[in-house]
Design a protein around this ligand. Structure first.
Ligand SMILES: [Zn+2]
Length: 61
């Protein structure tokens, strides 16, 4: 299964649609990934404006 990253919010998904923001603008070209488990208490998540748990790409082309 190819993992794609959402160009809108950076969420990494195996589906055809981003489960976080609902966008279908997904890219197969992305770099770096963080897994957010508790967005409200993660500094990285706050810095990246991530509000929902999941896997996120750091850079989406
Ligand atoms: Zn998204």
């Amino acid at each position: 299964m190819v993992e794609r990253a959402c160009r809108v919010c950076g969420h990494v998904t195996e589906g055809k649609k981003c489960e976080v923001c609902g966008s279908e603008d997904l890219s197969t070209k992305w770099k770096g990934m963080i897994e957010v488990i508790d967005p409200e208490h993660s500094k990285v998540a706050v810095d990246l404006k991530i509000t929902k748990p999941g896997k996120y790409a750091l850079l989406v082309e």
